[in-house]
Design a protein around this ligand. Structure first.
Ligand SMILES: [Mg+2]
Length: 245
């Protein structure tokens, strides 16, 4: 355990922090739910969809080969995605609220980057006080009565390498950390300054092996010790001291 921490700290030092922009995946990273699997259960398509998710998350098949198949099985309505939004808000990963509060207190920019859809993602973002302009999600289309019409199956968030393409465009003067649990997250690691794999909900060997740092505990809280500088940690300590006295 201690050895892992030391190795993680060494990698962070090598990557030269301070980080200004922290970007999170949603499913199985900020929340304990895998959204499409949850929707599939709602629709009685659980087994077929879970099988496809597992294959794509482990990097065995390409995302674009399975995403459309899954959406055609699930065909989620607007109401289904609103229900998923409620489920998201009830299923926050331990430590996420505290981590986001600390990052926001330190005036870090916090983003969400996900292949999942609105209104579920925007409901979660609002619950977590993440600005609407900092939410990058996939596009879905509904009929006027809310029935499923289709999704952006050619968009970057529906294909392998898409998160990487988006993150590359965000790199400027800012130092970026990306936190995620899946194969489409870790494949973006060269587009950011530090990739943190999160295994608190689902531990994926492929991701663990390829992450700069891997969090294998259930809580997101240890992320703070990885992404904050000594000075920033001191500012947080001083804040807590003030609150106590
Ligand atoms: Mg995920």
């Amino acid at each position: 355990m201690r050895k892992n921490k030391a190795m993680a700290e060494q990698k962070v030092t090598m990557k030269n922090k301070v980080f200004d922009l922290i970007i999170f995946d949603v499913d199985s990273t900020l929340v304990t739910v895998e959204g499409l699997d949850w929707l599939a259960r709602l629709k009685g398509k659980e087994r077929e969809v879970a099988d496809l998710t597992k294959q794509s998350m482990n990097g065995l098949v390409r995302l674009e080969d399975v995403f459309e198949k899954k959406m055609n099985l699930i065909r989620p309505s607007y109401k289904d995605l609103a229900n998923l939004g409620i489920k998201y808000c009830e299923s926050i990963v331990p430590g996420v609220i505290e981590v986001l509060a600390a990052l926001q207190f330190l005036k870090k920019e916090v983003f969400i980057l996900t292949g999942n859809f609105d209104p579920a993602v925007s409901m979660l973002a609002e619950y977590l006080h993440i600005l609407e302009k900092n939410v990058i999600s996939n596009d879905i289309y509904f009929h006027e009565d809310g029935r499923y019409k289709g999704f952006n199956n050619k968009g970057p968030l529906s294909i392998n390498g898409g998160k990487k393409t988006i993150l590359k465009k965000m790199i400027g003067r800012k130092k970026i950390v990306f936190v995620g649990d899946g194969a489409t997250d870790v494949e973006a690691k060269n587009a950011v300054d530090l990739f943190v794999g999160f295994g608190g909900v689902v531990r994926r060997k492929h991701v663990e092996k390829n992450s700069d740092v891997y969090l294998s505990g259930k809580s997101m809280y240890p992320l703070l010790s990885i992404v904050l500088s000594k000075k920033e940690k001191q500012i947080l300590k001083d804040k807590h001291r003030k609150v106590k006295t």
